[in-house]
Design a protein around this ligand. Sequence first.
Ligand SMILES: C[S@@+](CC[C@H](N)C(=O)[O-])C[C@H]1O[C@@H](n2cnc3c(N)ncnc32)[C@H](O)[C@@H]1O
Length: 273
Amino acid sequence: MPDSADPASLRPTVEQTRAVWENIANWWDQQIGEGNDFQKTLIIPTTDRLLDPKPGQTILDVACGNGNYSRLLGRRGVKVVACDYCENFLEAARRRTSPEDGQIEYRKIDATSMAELLTLGEGRFDAAVCSMAMMDMIVIDPLLDSLRELLKASGRFVFSLPHPCFNSNDMIFRADYVIQNDVAQQVFGVEIRQYLSHVPGLSVGIINQPQPHHFFHRPLSAIFSACFSGGFAVDGLEEPAYPVNAAGSKNPFSWQKRPEIPPAIVIRARPRK
Ligand SMILES: C[S@@+](CC[C@H](N)C(=O)[O-])C[C@H]1O[C@@H](n2cnc3c(N)ncnc32)[C@H](O)[C@@H]1O
């Protein structure tokens, strides 16, 4: 089911989605800092592997939030263009940036607008990255269509999402007792009741978030279709999970307690020749 099959009447406007981020950006920035445990354990190492950033390359960080990954790239000698549509996130990102972070240009861009994205410069980028943000966008086709123009022919686009099979806004953490080998054991899983439908909803990315943000669940087929119709081939995919006995694994309602279930998926797409 393509994105366009969404019941449009249920969708908020871009302005409504942005207003929530403006409201929670400073709180979120305080929680995340230069990367929280989820990012440092799951997202950043996997993204690094698939992106393989090199000094001197020009990389676009789409929906950069407080810019923690942009600064990591900048400190490695990458020329970074980091964009977000939320002023308060961009302010936090600029506040956190120092000369040691290298060359980073922050831009206010709505990633659902092809016209805005194309102002970044066609054929300018060796690579692009979008970490844990496309599920927050009303539509993703304009981003993929634009990236096809923004990237060099040899470019790559690496993006991460909450794993749509296991970690959507509808997911329920389950902790149950089962009998195994005559012994009652606690087992930890997740329950998903709705996967195929594209029903916009609300979500919290960080526990105790002051206001939930909009969340646009898409099944894998929709995510891959957007890549294919944008002119990309997918040539890399990882499903990072916490290691067994990770720190924090005492909490029955944590991903650390579920080392067999990947809470995120990281995908690499390349422009098709
Ligand atoms: C969960 S945060 C992730 C931020 C950052 N990539 C990170 O990993 O820390 C989602 C980000 O997506 C941004 N975002 C959501 N919709 C957007 C849009 N249409 N255009 C640009 N940024 C958007 C939000 O402002 C927020 O910064």
